[in-house]
Design a protein around this ligand. Structure first.
Ligand code: RB5
Length: 147
């Protein structure tokens, strides 16, 4: 799968390790930075990842900051993006099954690397359930046209 990935300084170490791990698993990663632990602003990294997913260049996005919260707030401003801030495997499965999330945002400071790997694995492997959830997701996406 082609995956867009980025972080701010709070998620830099986790992002680097997740990218290496994803590439070793056979995924193609497009890394939008950042490139060190120097302080940066997370919206500058969330938007390129979100746009690459929204345009179809990448199939999914992975964003890491201190909590994952700022990244999710910024990514969800891009039309076509359903970004979920996830800190557990069950929520990773549910954000795919019920919400058809196309971007996952992770905490580099409060969740271990091993837990984040399991979360990303679940995010990539779980299919959208469709059915009644399609109606609800369509209503979310319609908000972009109406507001
Ligand atoms: C940066 O200190 C921190 O605010 C950021 O990584 C993130 O947690 C914001 O939501």
């Amino acid at each position: 799968m082609r995956i867009a990935i980025a972080s701010d300084h709070g998620g830099f170490d986790a992002k680097e390790q997740l990218r290496t791990w994803l590439e070793q698993a056979g995924h193609e990663c497009v890394d939008f930075g950042c490139n060190s632990t120097d302080s940066v602003d997370y919206p500058d990294y969330a938007v390129p990842v979100a746009e690459s997913v929204a345009t179809g260049r990448c199939e999914r996005g992975v964003l890491v900051c201190g909590t994952g919260i700022g990244m999710s707030l910024a990514a969800n401003k891009v039309h076509g993006i359903r970004a979920a801030n996830v800190t557990s495997v069950p929520f990773a499965e549910l954000c795919r099954e019920h919400n058809d999330a196309n971007v996952i945002t992770l905490s580099g400071r409060f969740v271990s690397l091993e837990d984040n790997k399991r979360i990303v694995e679940a995010f990539l492997d779980t299919q959208f359930a469709g059915g009644r959830h399609s109606t609800r997701v369509s209503k979310i996406m319609a908000i972009e046209q109406e507001s």
